[in-house]
Design a protein around this ligand. Structure first.
Ligand SMILES: [Ca+2]
Length: 216
């Protein structure tokens, strides 16, 4: 088996590639040049090794940071006005909710279709008859949540993370006008990830609601 010697330049380009049994001759002819290049290559290798070790240490840090993380999968049907999740959230937690799938709020609009869309919602297809009346819908068809049955709803759409102000059960639903859930169809897979709310809070939380099993 012929071992190949490879020497890289400062910018990563391959400077030299030769069978090892040629290297003695090369070294005799251009000893100083090869020595300089080889030491550069060795320095690069040592640097890469140090980088890899630092990466392993960082990964260990991530693993340690993920202690206390809980991940739960839910199915949120479009036709349930508010679904209790059985998940209690507290001000000591950083909670992320992410949805995936297609659902529909029905066809009660001026448009001649039954739209199906994701947790981002559909948008408004009709306006309240009385502009003085507060509109009960934030964004029709969007995934929304409440913390406890008496609180205001908030938009989740594709993903929202938050630190709750109170301790209560997380409730989830499609946003639709109260009493008009009967003609809704479909469901979302939803993942809820909770972890201790220690600062600095995470900049990114990896979530995969698409991996949650569909309803049986
Ligand atoms: Ca509806």
């Amino acid at each position: 088996m012929v071992h190949m010697l490879r020497v890289w330049g400062e910018h990563g380009q391959l400077r030299m590639r030769a069978p090892v049994h040629y290297t003695k001759e090369l070294a005799m002819n251009t000893r100083n040049h090869v020595r300089a290049m080889t030491s550069t290559a060795l320095r690069r290798a040592a640097g890469a090794l140090a980088g890899a070790l630092a990466g392993l240490v960082a990964l260990a840090g991530v693993a340690a940071a993920q202690e206390g993380v809980t991940r739960q999968c839910l199915i949120v049907p479009a036709d349930v006005e508010w679904m209790g999740t059985g998940i209690t959230v507290t001000p000591r937690e950083f909670v992320c909710v992410k949805g995936d799938g297609l659902w529909s709020h029905g066809g009660q609009g001026v448009e001649q279709l039954y739209p199906y869309y994701g947790p981002e919602g559909y948008g408004r297809d009709a306006y309240p008859a009385d502009p003085e009346e507060p509109d009960p819908v934030l964004h029709i068809g969007a995934l929304v949540g409440k913390i406890g049955p008496e609180s205001y709803r908030f938009l989740i759409r594709h993903q929202t993370c938050f630190v709750p102000k109170i301790t209560a059960e997380l409730l989830l639903a499609m946003d639709d006008a109260p009493g008009t859930y009967g003609n809704n169809d479909g469901y979302l897979r939803v993942q809820v990830v909770k972890q201790p709310a220690t600062w600095p809070l995470p900049n990114r939380v990896k979530m995969n609601p698409e991996m949650c099993a569909p309803p049986k």
